[in-house]
Design a binder for this molecule. Sequence first.
Ligand code: KG4
Ligand code: ZN
Length: 360
Amino acid sequence: MILNRPAMTPTLRRPATILAIESSCDETACAITRENEVMANVVATQIATHQPFGGVVPELASREHLDSIDAVVHKAIEEANIDTDQLDAIAVTEGPGLVGALLIGVQYARAFSAALGLPLYGVHHLEGHLCSVYLAQRDSTKGNLFHLSPHLALLVSGGHTQLVDVRGPGNYAILGASRDDAVGEAFDKAAKMLGLGYPGGPAIDAMAQSGNPQAHSFPRAMLAPKTNLEFSFSGLKTAMHLHIQKHGQPESREALADLCASYQAAIVDVLVEKVRRALAKTGHSSLTVVGGVAANTALRAQLARLAEVAQLDYRAAGLRYCGDNAAMIAAAALRQFHADVEPRVDVHTSRALDQQAQPS
Ligand code: KG4
Ligand code: ZN
């Protein structure tokens, strides 16, 4: 059984140095952390490889992970400027993700931990995203491991859109999720239709900055009934498709900016409204936003505004920790390490966050 003992209080802990590996999708990443301080954070992205296909090609992803993982790990050790005998544990993403991609990271981590005689912790990728808010830059005094528990987390990425009730370290309940496309996919697919390339989120975000969010009316799905905490983005994607079919591609940069801003506003409005509802339902006064889409400028601004008005303890993941990275995997493993969880790795491609064993 994993995660079955409560965490020790921070004062009793000895600082742990963890090397973590993430390879669940299209980033080969390695990070080294000491407690929640990031000593090295290396991410080798495969964007250029997958760009011509407009999405991630699993077989190509596995091959690239295999080609780059050794160099990425060595670069992280160099960047952290430590000897491997200073490490206390190894961590690796065990799922969900692409099976071939996951297995490269897991096999590498297994060999590495065996060679060094160190415990190996398997981490749920989404728990990694949730823990990304605890990371602090080297020599920074910011960040406090369990400061925000319990809280509401908005987890928004290329594969997931979830409202998570973080009841305590390792104790998660999903309050609502997308019934179809993840929010990152909604960004990526619209960007593809508009010829903005892959990944589309950053491109739409950038274009939207100079656009009018009220120029076009896009649907806000699943707002009724008022208790609904689920999401659906496939209709929005279709609405963009129909808009382009009817009006053609935007002919000026201004028109493109208006279209991007209006599309983005439909997404952000729904996310913020559902956050508001989930806060009311749970009674939480702390909020985090994590995952690749947490980098979105409009989303961050609107959540910050909500937090100010509602006087929430609010933390958005640092921009370098929104997209997939291994520092967040180390942050999640740190909780297991200090809770004396039995180290184990159990590779899976789709296990939900709340199907993990819960602490007693
Ligand atoms: O968390 P992540 O790196 O990978 C997954 O676990 O899925 O998220 C990637 C997603 C992509 O869909 C990308 O378009 C989106 O995050 N994204 C953004 C922004 N930056 C990345 N979406 C909206 N605005 C952004 N600034
Ligand atoms: Zn992710």
